[in-house]
Design a protein around this ligand. Structure first.
Ligand SMILES: *Cc1c(COP(=O)(O)O)cnc(C)c1O
Length: 348
């Protein structure tokens, strides 16, 4: 029997329709910009995000890194949240590879960065002691803050503020479409006001590999050079982009199902005595909760016991879990996962 894998939406395998599209995709050398399938994916991505151009990259991490390196010079400063994926989980690439300094501001519980904190963090232009503030990055949905959604109004507010001061704004939109579907708005409402955005095809959209970075023609030209420098210039990568096209065409609207199942699973888990659900969880497809103090196991031990019930979950702290719903989690899997938690915690 297969595992019910709730560790992440990155565990999603491609669908049969994606595999068929991959087998049939017209291909070329994308470093020569001659792969028709890549070109089509990039055009679709630009249109969806309200930007001039797109760039297929192997991962969200490379998309964010290429964006920061295309916006900033060495020694420049980027403002980001202290719970941002780019700060926590991208191996420090912006500083290690880009020489870019980070200014980490507290993420609010909803994943935003307070406007007054951004204002207070700006560096004066004329002080040789200080780095230049060049870029602000936002994250939507916000992973570590619970899959929370940043509003169109907040996004515009940050963009207007930044542009009034000659700064750029990049969005880490790994789960951009979860945010758009949650708000019931086209994704470009959340991205067109910004200077660049990365979104992942390989998470809830179910494609096996890849992300797309979007922005102006001039920005994408710089990012293409950075991508080559990082070793991300691929050849007949249309074989991957073909799955991405199916993802954009068929996998966005159905994200509401993942959100509904996350709600159902969270409601069920919240009824179990040993579980303390985070307030407001789930916002989208992620459920965050802690073990109650009286439970005599830690999260690792519970996760190990759940494997006997064919359920995989992420322990993200000593007593903390993250569960993520996705295309391959159906109603039956939700019931099974809830039953497994109940059985394991009963033994407490
Ligand atoms: C997964 C993720 C990334 C990075 O994507 P990879 O394709 O895994 O490199 C960036 N930002 C956020 C918020 C993510 O969840």
């Amino acid at each position: 029997m297969e595992y019910i894998d709730l560790r992440s939406d990155t565990v999603t395998h491609p669908t049969p329709a994606m595999l068929a599209a991959m087998a049939a995709a017209p291909l070329g050398d994308d470093v020569y910009m001659e792969d028709p399938t890549i070109n089509r994916l990039q055009e679709m991505s630009a249109a969806l995000t309200g930007h001039e151009a797109g760039l297929f990259v192997p991962s969200g991490t490379m998309g964010n890194l290429a964006a920061v390196l295309a916006h900033c010079q060495r020694g420049d400063e980027v403002i980001l949240g202290n719970k941002a994926h780019t700060f926590l989980f991208e191996a420090g690439g912006i500083s290690a590879l880009g020489g870019v300094h980070s200014c980490q501001l507290s993420n609010q519980p909803d994943g935003s960065i307070a406007m007054e904190d951004i204002q207070a963090a700006l560096r004066p232009d004329n002080d040789p002691h200080q780095p230049h503030t060049r870029l602000i990055t936002l994250e939507n949905t916000h992973n570590r803050c619970g899959g929370t959604v940043q509003s169109v109004a907040y996004t515009r507010q940050v963009a207007d503020f930044a542009h009034g001061r000659g700064l750029k704004v990049h969005l880490d939109g790994a789960r951009l479409f979860n945010a758009a579907v949650y708000l019931g708005v086209p994704a470009k409402e959340l991205t067109a006001p910004l200077d660049s955005v990365t979104f992942c095809l390989s998470k809830a959209l179910c494609a096996p590999v890849g992300s797309v970075l979007c922005g102006s023609n001039a920005f994408i030209e710089r990012a293409r050079r950075v991508r080559k420098m990082l070793g991300g210039g691929m050849r007949q990568a249309g074989v991957l982009a073909a799955a991405g096209i199916v993802a954009l065409e068929t996998m966005i609207d159905r994200l509401v199902e993942d959100h509904a199942r996350a709600h159902r699973l969270a409601d069920g888990l919240a009824k179990l005595p040993g579980i303390v659900l985070d307030p407001g969880s789930p916002a989208t497809n992620m459920i965050f909760f802690n073990l109650a103090p009286e439970v005599p196991f830690n999260a690792q031990q519970v996760a190990a016991a759940l494997l006997n019930w064919r359920v995989k979950v992420s322990a993200t702290g000593l007593r903390r879990f993250r569960l993520v719903t996705h295309y391959w989690i159906d109603d039956h899997a939700v019931d099974q996962a809830q039953e497994a938690f109940q059985q394991v915690l009963q033994k407490a």
